[in-house]
Design a protein around this ligand. Structure first.
Ligand SMILES: [Zn+2]
Ligand SMILES: [Zn+2]
Length: 124
């Protein structure tokens, strides 16, 4: 894989200033797969890697530059799950009260409640 474009950014928590997550946007090229774009969210409920559409790469890049998390969540709410839309703030995992939901004994999703009581899905 040849890295064509890589951009990373740390997102601080609006309560404590600790890192919510490190965002990495990656555009790579391989002979087998062609151009592959991915988004890595590190340090927020572990590390997660998403394959993203090539057509979304530049848009996401711009949104992360401008910290337009609301717009990012319009693309996919999991791409910026540390962000609370109601508060318009970012919170680290310390400040999301997490609840793991099981269905029939299997992991279903992680729900989070922000410091102001807004609840949403963080991960599934
Ligand atoms: Zn925090
Ligand atoms: Zn909130």
């Amino acid at each position: 894989m040849i890295v064509l474009h890589k951009k990373s950014k740390n997102i601080p928590c609006d309560v404590c200033g600790n890192n919510c997550a490190k965002i990495v946007l990656l555009k790579e090229f391989s002979l087998l797969r062609g151009t592959v774009c991915s988004l890595l969210i590190k340090g927020f409920i572990g590390d997660t890697k998403y394959a993203i559409k090539k057509s979304n790469f530049n848009t996401l890049l711009q949104y992360f530059e401008k910290e337009a998390f609301e717009k990012i969540q319009d693309i996919d709410q999991e791409y910026a799950s540390f962000y609370c839309k109601e508060c318009k703030k970012c919170y680290c995992t310390e400040h999301w009260t997490r609840q793991v939901v099981y269905e029939d004994g299997f992991y279903d999703e992680t729900r989070g409640i922000c410091p102001n009581g807004h609840e949403k899905r963080l991960d599934d």
